[in-house]
Design a protein around this ligand. Sequence first.
Ligand SMILES: Nc1ncnc2c1ncn2[C@@H]1O[C@H](COP(=O)(O)OP(=O)(O)OP(=O)(O)O)[C@@H](O)[C@H]1O
Ligand SMILES: [Mg+2]
Ligand SMILES: [Zn+2]
Length: 475
Amino acid sequence: MYNVKYNINKKLIFTNLFTKEPYMKFKTIFICQKCGQESAKWLGQCPGCLEWNTLVEEVTKQESKTAKTKKSFIDFTSGITPLNVAAANEEKRIPTNIAEFDRLLSGGLVGGQMLLLAGAPGIGKSTLMLQVAAALSSDKKVLYVSGEESMAQISARASRLGVNGGGIFLLSETNIEKIIEAVENLKPEVLIIDSIQTLYHPELSSSAGTVAQVRENAGEILRLAKPKGIVVFILGHVTKDGALAGPKVLEHMVDTVLNFEAEKDNVLRILRPNKNRFGATSEAGLFKMTSKGLEDVQDASAYFSQTSRAKKLVGRAFSISAEGTRPILTEVQALASPTHYPFARRITTGLDLNRCQMLLAALEKHIGLSIDNKDVYVSLAGGVKINDPALDLAVCAAVISSVRDFALEGNCAFIGEVGILGQIAAAPMTERRIEEARRLAISKIYVPLLNDKTVKKSSDLIEVEDILQFSLKFK
Ligand SMILES: Nc1ncnc2c1ncn2[C@@H]1O[C@H](COP(=O)(O)OP(=O)(O)OP(=O)(O)O)[C@@H](O)[C@H]1O
Ligand SMILES: [Mg+2]
Ligand SMILES: [Zn+2]
């Protein structure tokens, strides 16, 4: 029974006669789909992340004032105990035996670890997960929950990948309550959720994939899995601009965020940890997509170069870049051509434009390279993007080669960072880069002055101090 009266704003309100609570059919709030910021009214710009048009009206759970059921993320209350380091077990790693996957997890998974695997649609998230599930299922119970694919589709993929299904349990479900029930009955040691955007919480009336749903469902999974020590993989789609739907809310909840990336029209897939509570984030895993699934790429250098090293070419220079701690042969290409514009153009692909402009200015100033009436294009072969100062010297070499129109040998590498004063400095891990160049049978390696005793000096190393000396030497 409700009491009807006007409030101070002359609006009709209904109050429950017995509980004195205002009558509400449902409550809506506006949630930013990018950062999760909540607002009582619609705003054009999100006050949290300053994005425009990201606030979406969502119906929230009907909460009464008397029965507040606010849940904390983690429920494993243990009472207050002093930290006892000696009693703690040495952190045990669970290897997946997929070499590239273990490498970026610093050796393997940790019990109770919660990982978010994010990537664009069709990049191979489900494929990777099925392979990880298969590897773990030899001695662990794995529950694979798919809200996107039917049993038949997953089985077909498993047979294409040559996965032995023993130990993997499949569940095609999107209702979080049913999933929790399944976990409690089956008691798996590994849980895979494919994907978080398809799950829905029946207590929320907003649709699956919205921030409120994503946050609530991930919270439920966290509360369920952490105390039991279940390793959880949550798969998530990223939106067009590279953001994960409801990213902030998920990223701080999980232990590890893995980003799965691919370059266009390339079979190469790069898995990068963005956050890792149990290891470094500098490593990257390299995979190749084949009909048999994702294969480890051990020899990365084969993928980052396009042209034959046997030929001499104008405007092409090799360098050894570093992806994490792994050195990779990288090909820089440059083209300088007379400009038809009032201002000469500088265009880069795969490299930072500002850094290239700085290098061009340094070349102009210190060796008198005439480029003011030339358009200059600099790109990295293989469609990759690399931000590594060690490539500077190769960029300079490729540009000088194109401007002065002479061919560079293919069996030659340029490793070094170039400063605005024209000085050449050692990039991090120069020693490892040199080792990789030698492994690839590169016979001439241009490097900065090596004061470092760790690098074995030999006739293949050509030390250069600044770009003037370099430009005279490398012809
Ligand atoms: N027979 C095949 N041979 C080679 N590659 C294949 C084959 N079948 C599928 N693929 C590759 O697998 C990719 C799809 O993988 P997967 O379904 O694991 O991606 P996903 O990230 O889970 O996608 P979604 O976002 O749709 O769930 C395809 O884009 C394709 O590159
Ligand atoms: Mg998938
Ligand atoms: Zn926002």
